[in-house]
Each structure stands twice: as structure tokens, then as C-alpha cells.
Design a protein around this ligand. Sequence first.
Ligand code: PLP
Length: 409
Amino acid sequence: INMNAGPSPLPDAALLTAAASLLSYPDTPGMGIAEISHRSSAFDQVVANANKDLRQLLDIPDNYHVLWMQGGGLTQFAATVLNLAAWYRTKHQLTADDDVEGWYAVTGSWSKKAAEEGTRMGVTARTVFDGKKHGKDNKFTSIAPVDAWDVPQLEENSRKPAFIYYCDNETVDGVEFGAPDSDSAFPFDKFDPAIPVVADMSSNFLSRPVDVSKYGIIYAGAQKNLGPAGVTLVIVRDDLLVDLDEAVKYGAGRVPSMLSYKNMADTNSMFNTPPTFTIYVCSLVLRSLLESPPLPLSSPDARPLSPLSDFADQKSALVYSELDASEGFYIGTADKEARSRMNVTFRLPTGGEPLEKAFVKEASERGIKGVNGHRSVGGIRTSIYNAVTLDDVKKLVAFMREFRDKNAH
Ligand code: PLP
């Protein structure tokens, strides 16, 4: 049972097809999928299929581009800023010397790092919410109350920020925004709709329906719910693309060609040689999500990701119920309304670190792998992405119960 936070398990059927295609891809007999040109019609078809399936799964409007980029989520911490600062400066006839703000909701370790990178990339990164300030023990445990968010009031005609940035699911801290329309959803209505919202969905991508039209940019590293590491999916609204040469000529900023969303959009993500095999595996995972969802659609007109959302709710609820019923033996780290459905983080306060170490060791002996917390925060983290089965989670919960019975005094 693989509960690693990423890379993490992928659907077996997709991996079996991928393995067979390494030796000989059906469209290019005798040549494996990793051995064909990225400029070939066979590979074009792989990308076209992947884009089509992704568009269907997320109901992506036509004025958004789907880009396959490299460099992981961390590269997007910089790319989002560079592209949007150049876009904003070009639009408002500012030069690179003019200050531009980016607003960050800092709800965990990854958005904190993103805000730091924003500063390095030359924007003034303003924190509109600091989860630590509102969290238990000065830790990232909270996203609420939304009324506590420190959103600056903008005077009429005053300069707006170039973007608002947040992380939808904080993988390290186990903190996730709620589904759209829930009380803990990202508070879009607190912000001027003209300001593009950027979301890092690396660790909850494809786990529930998303209203893409509310976003300027959504991005996700593949290595959780989408595929193997090595590619990052970016969904970007058409009007936010900036021409690099124009931006340079005008002095509005510099974006490396490889990080330019416009370059990637203009070349159908083939500006250089993309990670072809990784993209191929992603295409198989996308297909499997459409063809064999874990639960049936609740109604014929339900969104295609709603079975995955129900599935994630069901699995994470099992673990959270076990924590809550444990009479303090296990303590969930995140506030209840901010609990992640993908990464369940908790501590064992009665025995502290030695007991947590014993938990990880004994879990591993039982075949439950990767449940140690991130090295920066410690504790326990069980990651239950799409490919983790209900049976896997039941086995985890049975182990947790036994471990408690043995160690609670
Ligand atoms: N953002 C989130 C939410 C993550 O979980 C991670 C990695 O786990 C990253 C960003 C960084 O991604 P990468 O390692 O692909 O650069």
C-alpha cells in the first residue's frame, strides 16, 4: 500500500499499457513510445488525446490553453510571476522599474515558498492571509476565518496587484481549501474579479470538479494524480499570454523562452523536446479516469470528476473518523474545516516522536509505505490520492486501531 506524497501510485491498467508500449507502440510497430519523434503524427495524437480528455474532465472553456511544461511545480513559482508581471506591465504601460504587487494567501509550506520566489522574481509579494498567524501553535493548520483575511482595499484608479496566488492543497501541512460553494472554498468574492487568480493544484488536481473560468492560471506537477514526475500541467487564460519580444522591447520584463506561456501555447507545448513518455503515461491516466471512474456518476449530468470527489471524501473520512474517535491518541494537525482529502496529517502526542517513529516502522512492516510526515514538519502523513483504493485505506485504518490498542495506556 503506497501512501507516499508524490511520486505516488498510478492506475495499474495505465501502467501496464505504458509498459507494453515501451517496446512497441501500436501506431508505430517495432518502435516504442519513448523512441519516436515528438514531431511525429503518432505523438501529436497522444497530446491531442490527452488535451481532449483533460478538457472534458475539467470542463475547460475554449479561451484557456492546456500546456505541458517542465521543471516541476517549483519552476511555476517563478513562471507564473514572470509571465504575469510582464503581462501587467505591458497592459498598464509600465516598465520593469515600476513596482508590481502579487498577493499571496500563505496557507502552508508550498505557498510560503512561492511567495518567497515571487520576491526573488521582482514583485512585491504581499501576504493577504498568513495561516500560521491564525493556526494552532503558530503552525499552518488554518485557512479561516475568511473575514480575517487581510485584503487591502483598493482606491479607485489605484494600481491593482498583477495576480492573487494560492495553493489549493498544501501537501506538507495537510491543509486544503473546500470544494467550490463550500464555506471553506477559496474566497473569490473578496477580490476584484479583474485580478487573475493563480492556483497551485499540484496535489489535489483531478480530485474534484473545478470552475476553471474563475482562474487566470491553474498548474499542477504531474506526480500525484496525473502521472509520473517530469511534466507540469498548466492551464492558462488566453488574454494573459504575453509576447516576449514585445515585453523586452518595451522594457516590461524578461521571461526565459522556456517559461513563456505564449511560446508553449504557440507551439502546442513542443517548443523544445517534451518528456514524451511521461506525457504518454499522463494521457493513459486521463483516459482511465474517464473510462473507469472509481464510483458511478451520481446523476447523468454530474461533472465527470464528481465520482473522484465522492471517492476522495469517502476515503479521507475513514481516516479522519479514526483520528477523532481515538480519544487524543491521534491528533489531526489541520483545523477541521481545512482538512485535506489528499494528505491526512496527524501526530501521536502521548508518545511523541519515538511513538511516531514506531508507527511508521510498524506500518511499513505491514506493507503500508510512505506514511512519515514531511521532513520539515515531522509527524505522520498518509497520502490518499486517486489510485489508492478503499481497501488500502481500510487496511490503514485497521492498522491504526491495532496500534492504538497496543500503545494507549
Ligand atoms: N506545490 C505543491 C502543492 C507540491 O505538493 C509540490 C511538491 O510536492 C510542489 C509544489 C513542488 O513540486 P515539484 O517538486 O514538482 O517542483
